[in-house]
Design a protein around this ligand. Sequence first.
Ligand SMILES: Cc1cc2nc3c(=O)[nH]c(=O)nc-3n(C[C@H](O)[C@H](O)[C@H](O)COP(=O)(O)OP(=O)(O)OC[C@H]3O[C@@H](n4cnc5c(N)ncnc54)[C@H](O)[C@@H]3O)c2cc1C
Length: 425
Amino acid sequence: MSQSTIDSDTLDSAEADAFRARCRAFLDQHATGIAINGPDPRSDQAVAQSRAFQMKLAEAGLAGLTYPAEYGGQGLTKAHERIWREEYADYPDMTGQLTISHGMCLPMLAEYGTHEQKSAFLAKNISAEHLWCQMFSEPGAGSDVASLQTRAVLDGEEWTINGQKVWTTLAHKCDYGILIARTDPDQPKHRGISMFIVDMKAPGVEIRPINQIDGGIHFNEIFFTDLRIPASWRVGDLNDGWRLATAMLMYERVAIGTGSTSGIKTPNYKWWGDEARRRGRTTDPVVRQFLMRLYSEEATKSLVALRTRAEMKAGKTPGPGGSLGKLHGAKITTLIRSFALEMVGPDTMAWDDTGTDLSGPTEGSRFSTEGSKWAKAAIGSFSANIAGGSDEIQKNIIGDRVLGLPREPSVDKDVAFRDLRTSST
Ligand SMILES: Cc1cc2nc3c(=O)[nH]c(=O)nc-3n(C[C@H](O)[C@H](O)[C@H](O)COP(=O)(O)OP(=O)(O)OC[C@H]3O[C@@H](n4cnc5c(N)ncnc54)[C@H](O)[C@@H]3O)c2cc1C
């Protein structure tokens, strides 16, 4: 039976029960949580644990459930995927470090890649043998990413790439990446862009990790100097990269905003409820009010996520509605930050510059390690309002494309890119 003819309705209850039991048995054994040592939640160890989990998933025949078997997936139905998400929701998330590789690069390659590209790259992406990153943002092109300056010029059977990207999450640990670059500066800025696959280890790619204020190294600057890539590594049509980039950003917002699980989930409410109990604060009316607000926000976010997932299940590419989940997630993070600082108090100011153990007090530490955990979490939480498109940009998208409000004026829509004054020219 071909992938498209398998429908969720064809999965009878005995099959569904058997598959559910299989997922649960796997998760019982392998979803034991990611132990993070060190100040960086995306430490080598955390990434290695995510990869190891995914590789076991692939060995067990449970990775890439709905992707075709010829490309390393399992060729199963969306009903299988839904069952997996429902079961996975009850366990610690083991694959958070694979969000870009699996939540964004994988569906893009599967949807827009050629047969040759899918044959070459999908299986090792699905099994996490290869990690992938997203190279969109540049120093002068973040919210307005169509102002990008990185150039791709066709030279015989290869493209030559020159330019710079920035904020590229996990590039220093990745094998491949998806890049957007300008291929025709004579066209208006949105029309002269194409999408490419890049080998992150190739000569001409220089990756410089960025040290963050919280002690972590999550993202990087990338410099391309005469990087050569095969002509066949262009994804989609020439100069159609903006349409593909927009599709990838929608996948990104869904991946960030709906997560990898399914059903009504209130993980932060549960976590903070336990923390309030641990601190003896459950009778405090301010704490109780926060917990109920958090519960309502998380439950509402789950309901919106269910609708987004249902649209995807019905075969739709994620649309601008993904911005709702992304924005809501960022708002919840802001709510938690202000509450955490209030409940934890002065501990959040204490900074453990040894920063070696987030799981408990460190003997001989100058400061409270408990405090360093909260301080780092509070500092890091601001990224939720920026990564994947800032809150303001999500509001613009929701206004323009979900609510149908008048669009912002765009004076440069029809001007050739080479005649534009952008923030990086
Ligand atoms: C943790 C993290 C991880 C990231 N990972 C990646 C990655 O893997 N790959 C990648 O390509 N990029 C990545 N980024 C970059 C991210 O996409 C950009 O930071 C983001 O799109 C904002 O762009 P900018 O930083 O250039 O800010 P700017 O675009 O300069 O925005 C500055 C401020 O102006 C506001 N603003 C801008 N335009 C408008 C407008 N039209 N209307 C209203 N307000 C506006 C913004 O909301 C913001 O507050 C990451 C960022 C973070 C924080």
